[in-house]
Design a protein around this ligand. Structure first.
Ligand code: ADP
Length: 496
C-alpha cells in the first residue's frame, strides 16, 4: 500500500504516541488527585475515630462520677446535720464518720463553717486543725453543691463538696476527693485500641488507593495511547478496554467513532481516486487527439474537424464531470438551504418538455401521469435535478420503440414519484451499487450516452437531504423502475 502524503510513517506515529511533552505533571495527574482524596477522607475518619469515642466516654465517666460523689457527700452530710447541735466538733464528726465505715474515696474532709478542718481521712499530711480554703469547700460553705473532675496522666481526679445544713444554717462542709486509676486505664486501653485500628485502616486504605488509582491510570494511559495513534491517522487501532464501567463505555464509543472515521476516510480516498481517474480519461483522449493532429502531416480538413470535434466532446465531458463533482461537494458540506413548498407536478412537467427532443430522437415514448397536490418541502432546483436525472436515464438506457412511464401520486403522508422504463434494465447484483459515485453498469454505453456515473449519487444525496428515500428495482418483464418517496408537505397544498 502506498503511503499518502502528509500521513506519518508507523514509527513516527509510535513516537507521537509516547511524546514525553504530553506527560501529565505529577500534581495534575488523576492518580495524585485520587490518592489525595483518599488520604483526606481517611484522615478525617481517623481523627474522628480517635477523638469522638474518647471524648464521649470521658464525659460519661464525668457524669457518673458527679452523681456518685455528690450522692456520697450528701449521705455523709445528713448524719452530721442530724447530730442535733449547731456546731460540729472534731469528736462528733470523727464518731459519725467511723460509724459510716468505709466510704471508698481517696480523701474525706469535714470542715466547720469557717473552713477549719475537723476531720481529714488522709493520714500523711493531714490538714486537721488547719483552714482548708479550697474552691470546693468555699462553694459548699456558701450553701452550694460543688463538683469538679479532670482526666490527667491516665487517671480521673474528682472533687465534690456539699454543705452540712442545720435549721437552714450552714454548719460545715463535706469534701470528697477521688483518684480513679482503674477507669483511666480502661480509657487509655480504648484509646490504644482505636489507635491500632486507625493504623490498620490507614495502611489498608493506602494500599487499596495505590492499587485502584494505579489500575485506573494504567487504563487511561492505554486509552490515551490509542487515541494518539488514531489522531495520527491509523484508524485500524482499537482501545477495547475490558470491563463495563464508564471508562470502558467511553472506549467503546471512541472505537465506534474510529470505525466511522475509517469508513469516511475510505470513502473519501476512493472518491478522490475515482474522480482523478474519471478526469484523467478525457484528458488522455484530448492529449491523444492533439498529438495525432500535430503528428500527421497534411491532414485533410475533414479529418481535422472530426478530431477537433472529438476534442470538444471530451472537453464537454470534463465540464460535466466537474460540474457534477461540484454539486456533490456542495452537498457534502451540507450548507443548510432554505426550503419552500414546491409543487412537484409542475417540475416533472418541465422536465418532460425538456427531454421530449431526446426521447423523440431515441424513438422513445414519454408518458406522464401526474396527480394534483404533490407538494414537497424542498427547492425547485433540487426537485428538478432529481426528476431530470431519473427521467434522462430512463430515456438514455432505453431501446428504440421503448417507453418511459412517469407517475406522481400522494401515498398516505408521502409523495411517490416513480420512473419506469422498458430499457436495457439493471442486473440484480448491480442494483444496490448504482447509487455509488462513478458506478456504471455498462461503461461503454454510459460513456456513449455522455454519462458520468454521478447522476444517481446526486439523486440519492438530494433526496436524503429532503427527508426522502430512493430505490431501484428491476421491472417485469423488462426495464427498470426507480421510486422516490418524499414526505408530503401539507402547508403548501392549498396553494399548490
Ligand atoms: P450515468 O451518468 O452513467 O448515467 P448515473 O449515476 O445516472 O450515471 O447511473 C449509473 C449507472 O446506472 C448508469 O451508468 C447505468 O449503467 C445505470 N442506470 C441508471 N439508470 C438506468 C436505467 N433507467 N436503466 C438501465 N440502467 C440504468
Amino acid at each position: 500500500m502506498t503511503r499518502e502524503k502528509g500521513r506519518p510513517a508507523p514509527a513516527e506515529r509510535r513516537d507521537a504516541a509516547k511524546a514525553p511533552s504530553d506527560r501529565v505533571p505529577f500534581w495534575r495527574s488523576l492518580q495524585t488527585k485520587f490518592a489525595l482524596t483518599y488520604i483526606v477522607v481517611i484522615a478525617a475518619v481517623v481523627i474522628l475515630l480517635n477523638t469522638y469515642p474518647v471524648l464521649a466516654s470521658r464525659n460519661m465517666v464525668f457524669q457518673s462520677k458527679q452523681a456518685a460523689l455528690l450522692n456520697q457527700a450528701s449521705t455523709l452530710a445528713s448524719p452530721l446535720a442530724g447530730l442535733g447541735t449547731d456546731t460540729l466538733s472534731e469528736e462528733n464528726v470523727r464518731s459519725v464518720v467511723e460509724q459510716m465505715g468505709s466510704i471508698g474515696v481517696t480523701r474525706l474532709m469535714v470542715t466547720d463553717p469557717a473552713g477549719r478542718v475537723l476531720y481529714d481521712s488522709r493520714e500523711a499530711g493531714s490538714a486537721t486543725g488547719r483552714y482548708a480554703l479550697l474552691r470546693e469547700v468555699v462553694s459548699a460553705l456558701n450553701g452550694n453543691n460543688y463538683f469538679r473532675s479532670e482526666y490527667r496522666d491516665g487517671a480521673f481526679r474528682s472533687r465534690a463538696a456539699v454543705p452540712v445544713t442545720y435549721r437552714g444554717m450552714t454548719i460545715g462542709a463535706v469534701y470528697l476527693y477521688e483518684y480513679d486509676r482503674e477507669q483511666g486505664d480502661m480509657l487509655l486501653g480504648t484509646q490504644q485500641n482505636l489507635r491500632f485500628i486507625s493504623i490498620v485502616i490507614c495502611v489498608v486504605a493506602l494500599i487499596l488507593s495505590l492499587v485502584f488509582s494505579r489500575a485506573l491510570t494504567r487504563r487511561i494511559a492505554s486509552f490515551l495511547k490509542t487515541v494518539r495513534v488514531v489522531r495520527e491517522g491509523d484508524y485500524n487501532q482499537r482501545v477495547a478496554l475490558p470491563g463495563s464501567d464508564e471508562l470502558s463505555r467511553l472506549a467503546d464509543e471512541f472505537d465506534q467513532l474510529t470505525v466511522r472515521l475509517q469508513t469516511t476516510e475510505e470513502v473519501r480516498r476512493r472518491f478522490v481516486s475515482d474522480a482523478s481517474h474519471e478526469l484523467k480519461t478525457p484528458l488522455a483522449s484530448i492529449r491523444l487527439l492533439t498529438d495525432s493532429i500535430l503528428q500527421s502531416q497534411g491532414m485533410d480538413r475533414e479529418t481535422a474537424v472530426e478530431f477537433i470535434t472529438d476534442i470538444g466532446d471530451e472537453a464537454e465531458r470534463l465540464t460535466r464531470i466537474t460540474e457534477k463533482l461540484l454539486t456533490l461537494t456542495r452537498m457534502d458540506t451540507a450548507v443548510p438551504v432554505e426550503t419552500v413548498p414546491v409543487d412537484m407536478g409542475a417540475v416533472v412537467e418541465r422536465v418532460r418538455r425538456m427531454l421530449e427532443p431526446l426521447a423523440t430522437a431515441g424513438g422513445v415514448t414519454l408518458e406522464t401521469e401526474l396527480a394534483e397536490g404533490c407538494v414537497v418541502r424542498a427547492t425547485e432546483d433540487d426537485l428538478y435535478q432529481v426528476a431530470f436525472n431519473l427521467m434522462e436515464n430512463a430515456v438514455k438506457y432505453n431501446l428504440p420503440g421503448g417507453k418511459v412511464m412517469v407517475s406522481l401520486a400522494v401515498a398516505g403522508d408521502r409523495v411517490r414519484f416513480r420512473v419506469e422504463d422498458t430499457g436495457v434494465g439493471i442486473p440484480e447484483e448491480d442494483l444496490p451499487k448504482v447509487f455509488d459515485r462513478f458506478y456504471r453498469v455498462d461503461k461503454a454505453r454510459s460513456r456513449a450516452a455522455g454519462g458520468t456515473g454521478l447522476g444517481l449519487s446526486i439523486v440519492r444525496d438530494t433526496v436524503r437531504q429532503h427527508g426522502g428515500t430512493v430505490t431501484a428495482s428491476r421491472r417485469v418483464p423488462e426495464g427498470s423502475c426507480f421510486e422516490v418517496l418524499f414526505p408530503l408537505c401539507r402547508e403548501g397544498r392549498e396553494h399548490g
